[in-house]
Design a protein around this ligand. Structure first.
Ligand code: FAD
Length: 450
């Protein structure tokens, strides 16, 4: 008989926390989960899901334009923002309900409270206190706005999912995937959109050609991008806001969105008192078993600030639970994690960029293709697709696959399986294409660039 009330206490009901709690409870572990805001966490409520619904909504504008080229004539389409918000909220309610049912059905004790660490084995949630053998911190991350004068006038991605009305003009500060995605959403919904980024390219971490190409395609659609520009201050004006740049410009806008990064959610629940170690960015430090410096306390997902993606958080949750409670460990392989940006056009990648590959190996071949997708031969829209493949000459292994174009996320997911399986260029070449698709280009690229 152990003297604990709970075997595993999970703090945070987001992607990682819910998966860990459900999986452990399914193995007969006594689990409690505390979530003080909204079940499903960032992904369901303020991230992947509502964002993707907005991407769908915003793409219709282009679809209506493209339809003409195929013989459809549609009278001036009307867009109703409150209706989209209501529809989105309804879907998210449904998903939260599913999460709640999954937890209840697997026997997790669900606490709708903020959890607070009291010591290495004790958690308080609301009025109740629990002695726990192990504690998992899966508190995720949150957006932040740098400390500039007038920062209180800016919003973050959190507020974008509940705006009362759409502005006529928006200024988006940042150059990462959240900035690129919201630029596409806002532009598609008819908002005059400007991105302001302190770097000279969007989408750091992606292949250089992809970064240039994606930004060019976004500009062609009508999104303005100001590179090498920093915002020094924001001021409220009569009918909106003005951002003052380090170049001496004054950019007027109805809304200013800051998408310059996220920080781990680590404050106000007792981490310091218990002595859980964090790195300089505030992320909780863990070893390869997700264990912190306090042996009974574990952490995973965005609060460890490594690969801030939902499928990584859920994979880590499975790895932790299987590692702790079964003799079948399921460690996460952090190589070749595929990822997509749901910008317009979207971007997808798996494996190494050209620069990373050339850094690692002396014998790299690059296969690249830029083409007009078949749909746009009649749509009247000027959108191009980029596909790029990085191959190591001596082994013929495909090290990286990159795409900017329609359905990039869907296509790269399939490519990721091939890359993980160690596919060579010869395997790609001998794979029969599906015709006519854009994806068949990946199995028909024959000539390496000189
Ligand atoms: P979270 O999902 O953030 O969950 C943490 C939970 O802990 C929260 O619900 C919070 O309320 C709760 N909590 C915090 N402190 C306490 C406490 N003391 N007591 C109780 N509860 C607490 N990822 C993708 O893979 N694909 C995408 O397309 C994608 N799009 C995104 C778009 C946006 C705009 C954002 C912001 C993120 C996006 N992400 C995407 C990232 C993804 O949402 C995160 O990687 C994922 O949600 C991390 O899961 P998590 O469990 O670590 O944390």
């Amino acid at each position: 008989m152990n003297h604990y009330d709970i075997d595993l206490f999970v703090i945070g009901g987001g992607s990682g926390g819910v998966r860990a709690a459900r999986t452990a409870a399914g193995l007969g572990v006594r689990v409690a989960l505390a979530e003080n805001r909204h079940l499903g966490g960032t992904c369901v409520n303020l991230g992947c899901v509502p964002k993707k619904l907005f991407v769908y909504a915003s793409h219709f504008r282009e679809d209506f334009l493209a339809a003409k080229g195929f013989g459809w004539f549609i009278n001036q389409p009307q867009f109703d923002w409150p209706r989209l918000l209501a529809q989105k909220n309804h879907e998210i309610e449904r998903l939260r309900g599913i999460y709640q049912d999954l937890l209840n059905d697997s026997g997790v004790m669900l606490l709708e409270d903020r959890a607070h660490l009291l010591d290495a084995h004790t958690v308080r949630a609301g009025e109740r206190q629990f002695r726990c053998e192990r504690i998992l911190i899966a508190t995720g991350g949150c957006p932040f706005i740098p400390d500039i004068p007038g920062k209180e006038h800016a919003v973050t991605s959190d507020e974008m999912f509940a705006l009362d009305r759409l502005p006529k003009r928006i200024l988006i500060v940042g150059g990462g995937y959240i900035a690129a995605e919201f630029a596409g959403i806002m532009h598609g919904l008819g908002v005059e959109t400007t991105i302001c980024h302190r770097g000279d390219k969007l989408l750091k971490g992606f292949d250089e050609d992809v970064r240039t190409f994606a930004a060019r395609e976004m500009c062609k659609k009508g999104i303005a991008i100001r590179f090498n520009t920093q915002i020094d201050a924001i001021e409220k004006t009569g009918n909106g806001f003005a951002a003052h740049t380090d170049q001496g410009h004054r950019l007027e806008s109805g809304l200013i969105l800051y998408a310059t990064g996220r920080t781990p959610n680590i404050s106000g629940f007792g981490l310091e008192a218990v002595g859980v170690e964090q790195d300089d960015a505030g992320a909780i430090k863990v070893d390869e078993h997700y264990q912190t410096n306090i042996p009974s306390i574990y952490a995973l997902g965005d609060v460890t600030h490594r690969f801030n993606l939902t499928p990584v958080a859920t994979a880590e949750a499975m790895a932790l639970v299987y590692g702790l409670y079964t003799d079948k460990p399921a460690p996460v392989d952090y190589d070749n994690i595929p990822t997509a940006v749901f910008s317009q056009p979207p971007v997808g990648m798996v494996g190494l960029t050209e620069a990373e590959a050339k850094n690692r190996y002396p014998d790299i071949d690059i296969y690249q293709s830029v083409f007009t997708p078949m749909k746009h031969t009649l749509s009247g829209l000027d959108e191009k697709t980029l596909m790029k493949m990085i191959v190591r000459r001596s082994t013929d292994r495909v090290l990286g696959v990159h795409m900017v174009g329609t359905d990039a996320g869907e296509i790269i997911q399939g490519m990721a399986v091939a890359i993980r399986a160690g596919a060579t260029k010869a395997v790609f070449d001998s794979t029969i294409g599906i015709h006519p698709t854009a994806a068949e280009e990946f199995v028909t690229m024959r000539k390496a660039e000189l």
